[in-house]
Design a protein around this ligand. Structure first.
Ligand SMILES: NC(=O)C1=CN([C@@H]2O[C@H](COP(=O)(O)OP(=O)(O)OC[C@H]3O[C@@H](n4cnc5c(N)ncnc54)[C@H](OP(=O)(O)O)[C@@H]3O)[C@@H](O)[C@H]2O)[C@H](O)CC1
Ligand SMILES: Cc1cc2nc3c(=O)[nH]c(=O)nc-3n(C[C@H](O)[C@H](O)[C@H](O)COP(=O)(O)O)c2cc1C
Ligand SMILES: Cc1ncc(COP(=O)(O)O)c(C=O)c1O
Ligand SMILES: [K+]
Length: 534
């Protein structure tokens, strides 16, 4: 007998609550004891925190649309020597036909997107980009331009300009955006007051020896930031492009006068020195490496999710949960601008959620309660709404169905994160007609139709195989494409709204909340709109 078994999920953050117990007959029982279940934490103010590397995790990433932050076990990532880095460059720009402009543009864009992912523009606006004489400096110039377009205020310190058309062009582009160029002399010795982010684009993989003037002095100012950090609440973060400048490209921070960046954006593949980087944010950029390079150098690199230009390497930073918060900034939502009919208002916001390309804007939390008031919530998908109400489909033997049978009242909650909005809808619930359920059932993918048949939703099953075996059996039975009959125990519900609340997040927690409730004026049913305190 195994008295206690942890869940198989090896995910990063220990949060709380339930664990699985195995009885001798191996029937799993969920215990409400204070054992631990590891669950992932997703949204962080500084980037996105993910579970540790695992197959569950890769699955999770492939589902996720959140831009870039993927995890990869650092041990499994390849590191390049200085010679290999130069060789990769030569092959890219030789037989593979790339131009330095192209690669620099993609490298600089990766740096900018990595920064934007971790350091949000509303908190970290003022950026100083210190550019060195080589291509690393060029990456910095490109990143500055993209950051400008992302809403940041970059300034550039570029003391040893390279007299080549590529660099002159990058400077002209920045000047045309009125991005200021600051000389070393005009730059404050203490960089901590004037900037929120300092980008170290001084040296890349061609650095050798000890830094020469004026870069030795600039690097020293970055080293000094550590001392200021100890004394101050707020200090700038330092982001190094490809190599923390002054670090040995392979050995890392072996000199006394080296600084520790908060973020490192490795380009193409991390160089050996990156093994010594222990800061909170290590990203990979330069999404242009063709398979021939990957196989020639036997590179193991994390996959870039979706269309992202960057990907996180290694563990996400530890976070203080109590400090996780967003300050919502949205257009005002006022009485003058709302629709008289809450369904029209809902349609307006729903359309905007669709237009904003939010993931599953029709996902809603459905709360029900037993007749003695024991509540429970779960997500369901909205499948339609109009004057008659809000419709979703489910199993009529499920827990929610039992609740609704004895207490036909429910509450729906939509949370549209990207728009800082939530909508609450409360009312009474009825089953939709059999015909309506039939029609919807047959519109679903055939796999989901079979899934609905095989799943005795909310009841205990002996294992995953129980569902899969039944599913395969049905798949065979209906492989000829014949109609899959809707089971009697599956169908829709419609919630007829009694009240609505539209919530728009605002700064300092002074949100807009407009509540609709029905009232009668001269025998006519109308909706009363009232503002609630946030
Ligand atoms: N394939 C890629 O991933 C791409 C990466 N890119 C970026 O390019 C750099 C490498 O660029 P490179 O121009 O080869 O080198 P650096 O930017 O590191 O700088 C070389 C210049 O720095 C001078 N240098 C070297 N050591 C010192 C020192 N100790 N003190 C002062 N100056 C120094 C060097 O002068 P030398 O006279 O010493 O030769 C050069 O002037 C890579 O890291 C990426 O950031 C591309 O943008 C895209 C493709
Ligand atoms: C985004 C999302 C959408 C879901 N949509 C539905 C749905 O439309 N119908 C459904 O029965 N279950 C849906 N589920 C699963 C439910 O959350 C829940 O696990 C299931 O209905 C059993 O709930 P119950 O035991 O409280 O009845 C969804 C889950 C998620 C995360
Ligand atoms: C168990 C279950 N039933 C139904 C649905 C809704 O799916 P569909 O959009 O195919 O109706 C979901 C969606 O996640 C679900 O998990
Ligand atoms: K650098």
């Amino acid at each position: 007998m195994r008295p206690f078994m942890r869940t198989a999920l090896s995910m990063s953050r220990l949060v709380s609550a339930h664990s699985f117990h195995l009885k001798s007959n191996a029937t799993p029982i969920i215990s409400h004891s204070s054992r631990s279940l590891r669950i992932p934490l997703f949204k962080l103010p500084q980037g996105v925190c993910r579970p540790n590397s695992s197959s569950e995790f890769r699955w999770f990433c492939s589902k996720s649309r959140i831009a870039a932050a993927t995890m990869q076990n650092r041990e499994s990532v390849s590191y390049l020597t200085q010679k290999e880095a130069a060789e990769v460059d030569e092959i890219l720009m030789g037989p593979l036909g790339f131009s330095v402009e192209q690669l620099m543009e993609l490298a600089g864009l990766s740096v900018a997107t990595s920064i934007a992912e971790v350091y949000k523009v509303n908190e970290y606006k003022r950026v100083l980009v210190i550019c060195g004489p080589g291509n690393n400096g060029g990456d910095g110039l490109v990143a500055a331009r993209h950051l400008f377009h992302f809403g940041y205020n970059p300034s550039i310190c570029y003391p040893k300009r390279t007299p080549k058309p590529l660099y002159a062009g990058l400077v002209t582009q920045l000047e045309s955006l009125s991005v200021p160029f600051v000389s070393v002399e005009d730059l404050p010795l203490d960089l901590s007051k004037d900037f929120d982010i300092i980008i170290d684009a001084i040296f890349g993989f061609s650095f050798h020896g000890a830094p020469r003037p004026p870069f030795n002095d600039l690097i020293q100012r970055l080293v000094s930031l550590n001392e200021y950090k100890e004394a101050k609440q707020r200090f700038p973060v330092v982001v190094s492009v490809d190599i923390p400048s002054g670090w040995h490209v392979e050995e890392g921070d072996i000199s006394d006068s080296s600084f520790k960046p908060d973020m490192l954006v490795s380009l193409t593949a991390p160089k050996l020195c990156a093994k010594r980087f222990h800061g909170p944010h290590h990203f990979l950029g330069g999404r242009f490496v063709p398979p021939s390079i990957v196989s020639k150098f036997n590179l193991h690199l994390p996959p870039y999710p979706g269309t992202a230009m960057c990907v996180r390497i290694g563990k996400p930073p530890q976070v203080d949960i109590a400090a996780l918060r967003e300050n919502y900034i949205s257009p005002e939502f006022v009485e003058d601008n709302v629709e008289a009919d809450p369904i029209h208002q809902f349609r307006k916001w729903f359309d905007e959620a669709i237009a904003a390309n939010l993931r599953e804007p029709n996902a809603m939390s459905l709360s029900t309660a037993t007749s003695d008031g024991k509540p429970s919530s779960r997500m369901v998908l909205l499948k339609g709404f109009d004057e008659d109400g809000f419709v979703w489909y489910t199993n009529y033997g499920s827990r929610k169905a039992h609740d609704l049978a004895e207490n036909p009242r429910a509450s729906l909650l939509f949370f549209w994160d990207g728009l800082n909005r939530q909508v609450r809808v409360e009312g009474t619930v009825q089953k939709v007609s059999e015909e309506e359920s039939e029609q919807y059932f047959h519109s679903r993918p055939r796999g989901s139709q079979l899934g609905a048949i095989v799943s005795p939703q909310s009841s205990v099953v002996p294992g995953r195989h129980f569902l899969i075996d039944k599913f395969k059996e049905l798949e065979d039975r209906y492989s000829n494409g014949s109609l899959i009959p809707k089971p009697k125990y599956w169908g829709g519900y419609r919630l007829k709204p009694e009240t609505f609340e539209f919530w728009q997040g605002q700064p300092s927690r002074l949100h807009d909340r407009l509540q609709y409730s029905p009232c009668e004026i001269e025998g006519k049913k109308v909706w009363k709109v009232e503002r609630l305190a946030p």
